[in-house]
Write a protein that binds this ligand. Structure first.
Ligand SMILES: Cc1ncc(COP(=O)(O)O)c(C=O)c1O
Length: 454
């Protein structure tokens, strides 16, 4: 409990202002790994009496650390060190010597020829310089129409809604954290969720409430209990091909979750980046249109590097969201929006999306064959699968061992919402493999390690 204070006297010589010295000591201890995520800090009074300083000084230091997202306070339980942002760790470096199945992305080689054509056309277009200029706020009229055209394929309700163009779904989530919630607010999420959601909560000091899941994703009864125990401001749901578990909510489950959203007056964020893989299912936000935000991007269906996302919001949020866009990126790039318009209006985007989905289906069949003796969940055309590990393996040990065999996967720990015990599982992205041969090789390595006695 006290180890991180060992350099206190020395620190005071360098930084005589008490609260600054103590803050720097705490900050260093966290960044140097002396204090770890989840470690409990001494209570205010106890620390003040140990150092012979005023309780108010400790309070000031803890408040500042909370604002910086270094620690978080739990009523009646004390202050704890937050996890470091998990996103950069979960998504491993490219590592040329490895087969990287740790990131969910489409097969870029499918999109490449289309992109090449449209880029060539764009380069001959008159008024190209306009695309390099500051674009109009909210994108041009054409960009708005392109958004409407694309969203019509997703079947999302857009009547009486505002549409904002963002820099991909991660940016959309950040806009919503800032526009809908405030410091310390509770946000309900699936208990294993996309690491970008966790990373944002750590950085912006929002409290995540992990809701239990089954094969269909978030369990409505568990959400209802959480609503009775916490003042939940916002709920984030990935209803189709959930990341990481691949669960898909049935229509009935979507309705049930939406009913709870209405009953407890919560804002619903429908993160539908994988929705195109199950086009027969309506977006969950359609069941509570007045209380929800629909978010999607072209990252998974077309190309992650486009960084184009669409956010559909109740009109009362339009100004707040536009202000958040200006504060964060000023405005999306006109050049990529022009490219997106070409991809969508030429009909190529739909073709690419269909081909990606077909490849995912083919790769799921491969996985089903090679991993037949392993326990995993996935759907017919999911981009990824969720492999439950046999007894004796932890997620980290298994993924480290696979790394030694040349295969990178994502360990369950990165998806686990704070304070929950993580499952022994790994997420394998099938679409990230550059070829079917590469995937075949990697899956066989995984199957071999899985069946190998520990
Ligand atoms: C559920 C979910 N939401 C959002 C994102 C972020 O997508 P984008 O690349 O558009 O920022 C991801 C990326 O993996 C995701 O899985």
């Amino acid at each position: 409990m006290w180890q991180w204070l060992s350099g206190y006297d020395q620190k005071l010589k360098e930084q005589p202002i008490l609260h600054k010295a103590l803050y720097e000591l705490l900050e260093n201890a966290i960044s140097n790994g002396v204090l770890h995520a989840g470690d409990k800090l001494p209570p205010h009074r106890k620390l003040a009496s140990k150092l012979g300083i005023a309780v108010a000084t400790v309070t000031k230091v803890y408040r500042q650390a909370e604002r910086q997202g270094l620690i978080y306070a739990k009523v009646g339980r004390g202050s704890f060190v937050t996890s470091v942002p998990v996103l950069p760790q979960a998504i491993r470096a490219k590592g040329h010597q490895h087969i990287n199945l740790s990131i969910i992305k489409p097969q870029v080689s499918i999109t490449e020829p289309y992109l090449s054509n449209h880029l060539a056309e764009l380069s001959h277009q008159t008024g190209l310089a306009d695309l390099m200029d500051y674009p109009p706020e909210g994108g041009s009229l054409t960009d708005q129409q392109t958004a409407i055209e694309w969203l019509s394929h997703a079947g999302v309700v857009i009547e009486n809604k505002a549409i904002s163009i963002c820099h991909g779904a991660q940016h959309g989530l950040m806009l919503l954290y800032n526009a809908v919630t405030q410091y310390g607010d509770c946000i309900a999420v699936e208990n294993h969720c996309y690491p970008g959601i966790i990373s944002l909560a750590n950085q912006l000091s929002r409290q995540l409430i992990g809701i239990e899941m089954d094969l269909e994703g978030m369990i409505p009864e568990a959400l209802e209990i959480a609503c009775q125990h916490h003042k939940i401001k916002m709920l984030i749901v990935v209803a189709s091909h959930q990341n990481p578990t691949t669960s898909i909510m049935s229509k009935q489950r979507r309705k049930n979750i939406a009913e709870i959203v209405k009953k407890y007056n919560i804002w619903l964020v429908d993160d539908d980046v994988y929705g195109f893989l199950s086009p027969h299912l309506p977006p969950i936000s359609n069941y509570a249109p007045q209380q929800s935000f629909y978010l999607t991007s072209l990252s998974k269906s077309i190309l992650p590097g486009l960084r184009v996302g669409y956010l559909v919001s109740p009109p009362s949020f339009k100004r707040r969201i536009e202000a958040e866009i200006r504060n964060s990126i000023w405005m999306p790039s006109s050049l990529t929006l022009a490219l997106t318009t070409k991809l969508i209006y030429s009909g190529d985007a739909i073709k690419i999306q269909k081909t990606q989905s077909e490849l995912a289906e083919q790769r799921q069949k491969m996985a089903y064959r090679i991993l037949q003796n392993c326990e995993f969940s996935a759907h017919k055309n999911s981009y990824h699968l969720w492999l439950k590990l046999p007894n004796g393996w932890s997620s980290e040990q298994f993924s480290e061992k696979l790394k030694q065999y040349g295969v990178l996967v994502a360990s369950a720990d990165y998806f686990c919402v704070k304070e929950l015990i993580s499952l022994a599982a790994i997420r394998i992205s099938l679409m990230a493999a550059k070829s079917n041969e590469e995937l075949d090789f990697a899956l066989k390595r995984i199957a071999k390690l899985y069946t190998h006695k520990r």
